[in-house]
Write a protein of this length. Sequence first.
Length: 152
Amino acid sequence: MTDIPQEQRYRPGDRIMQGVIPYLGLAGQCGAAAAFYEKAFAARDIGRMPMEGEPDKFMHLQLEINGGALMLTDYSDMSGTQASDSAMPRGHLQLVVPDGQMWWDRAVAAGCTVLAPYERQFWGDTWGLLADPFGLKWALLTPDPALWDKGS
């Protein structure tokens, strides 16, 4: 398929396409979620595949956040699951970053709700939990500086 722009083609060595990639169904809210994640988490739009006849809905929308992929769809029956009040009722997406306070402040300013404050935890890391307007929970974690690899 040569009609796919070079920057949107799959490259096997690209780190963004390795590991576990969340693929979430947001039933008609993908475009709005992508715009929000650009503001809240500095997401980069990697590619979109609009639904035929519905240019504002997406069969596939892919973002890059903090070096990892997040895939979204507007299909309401994705993966054969039933619709619920939460896109991810039993978990959260976690971002491990060295500058968590900056990430936290940006997400809150964009409209995330604080579920647990971003603060030093008993295990040593700084961690907090947010909810976005689309029903997803996001944890931000900055590892305890004592555990950082300082290099040799």
